[in-house]
Design a protein around this ligand. Structure first.
Ligand code: FAD
Length: 330
């Protein structure tokens, strides 16, 4: 069998993470182009029950390392287990999510395997002539995109969330499940998780919202964001922000959209008093429809938006929200 693709199927809160399903969806296409199979690796404690959902999401084979010592993510233990699986499976391409775990694991894994990692990719393709991976990633602060090639195997890449599409899960799909002994000595796990603090979430999660109302520097302060919250509530959406608004602590950092923030792909993205820098657009250009409210008719956001309103948001937004309320009440 020619070499295929291996996906690190990250688990979050006891469930297969969204990024794992996205990587499996994209990995299927890449494996087909390579003429190989799609393998996944599940690592954790009490994760064996997730193997069938990994197969349903597209994997042909799942390696499962289920061990109480793997309950919490620790670099040492995870990297050694995944290294073992990669050596056993022998893939040509290894994919991880650009998550806090993937960012930590990928370079260490690549080093151990004597190869390189391409981080934060937004597109992946196989060169038909060489059958090598061609990952695309933003460079120069998001102002350009570069296509890379890795000379060594396996070719390791991390992929940003929400840029790949999962396939529709098929619970009837068949695949092979292979148990892997973690063979860890407790002393080998040098990092201990002391405390987990869960962020309290009010309303809809930004990354999952179908409508996002984002505010920028032109909002002028935290008070203005109340107006955005009102509109988001009417549309059952979430509030996002540009970096200056987060840096000024007008809204929590977790709501930042963009290159160094979150990537959102809602049906509707309403950008209020945001100029439309390339770094901001890196986080929202995947939205189906962008509506911009800006007082500067020359603002770049109008080049990106399907609908634009030139005006002061303080006048436009309350009127817009009131009209929506009126229409929704009918
Ligand atoms: C490496 C790097 C990473 C970055 N990552 C991110 C990122 O993840 N996300 C991000 O957002 N930025 C990021 N930035 C910053 C980015 O370059 C821009 O500086 C930022 O996006 C600008 O934010 P803004 O549009 O809110 O502010 P500005 O560019 O200052 O625009 C404010 C807009 O508000 C309009 N306005 C003002 N008052 C009103 C009013 N009353 N009514 C209507 N409109 C009004 C103005 O006309 C203007 O267009 C990054 C930069 C770098 C170098």
């Amino acid at each position: 069998m020619p070499k295929g693709v291996l996906v690190f199927a990250e688990v979050s809160d006891g469930k297969l993470s969204g990024i794992a399903a996205e990587l499996l969806g994209c990995g299927r296409g890449l494996a087909a182009e390579l003429g190989g199979d799609l393998t996944a690796v599940l690592v954790g404690s009490n994760v064996a029950g997730l193997a069938q959902s990994v197969i349903a999401a597209g994997a042909d084979r799942v390696f499962v390392a289920d061990d109480p010592l793997l309950a919490d993510y620790a670099t040492d233990s995870y990297v050694s287990v995944i290294e073992k699986v990669v050596k056993q499976a022998g893939p040509s391409v290894v994919l991880l999510g650009q998550t806090s775990i993937g960012r930590d694991l990928a370079p260490r894994l690549a080093f151990r395997l004597g190869t390189a990692a391409t981080m934060d990719c937004v597109a992946l393709a196989i060169d038909p002539a060489t059958k090598r991976l061609m990952p695309t990633k933003p460079v120069y602060g998001g102002n350009a995109r570069a296509v890379f090639a890795c000379e060594t195997e396996p070719q390791v890449a991390t992929v940003r969330a929400k840029v790949m599409s999962p396939i529709t899960p098929d619970p009837a799909r068949h695949g092979e499940i292979v148990s892997v002994a973690a063979s860890l000595e407790p002393a080998a796990v040098r990092t201990k998780l002391v405390q987990k603090v869960k962020e309290e979430l009010k309303g809809v999660k930004l990354e999952e919202a179908t409508v996002v109302v984002s505010g920028g520097r032109g909002i002028g302060g935290p008070e203005g964001f109340k107006e955005l919250e009102e509109l988001a509530k009417v549309l059952r959406g979430a509030v996002g922000a540009s970096r200056p608004a987060c840096d000024s602590a007008w809204i929590a950092d977790t709501q930042q959209v963009g290159l160094t923030g979150k990537v959102v792909t809602p049906d509707l993205y309403i950008a209020v008093a945001i100029s439309g820098s390339s770094q901001h657009m890196a986080g929202c250009s995947g939205a189906k429809v962008i509506v911009a409210v800006n007082k500067d008719p020359e603002a770049n956001i109008f080049k990106e938006a399907r609908y634009g309103i030139v005006g002061d948001w303080k006048k436009v937004l309350p009127a817009f929200t009131a009209k929506l309320k009126e229409l929704l009440a009918q």
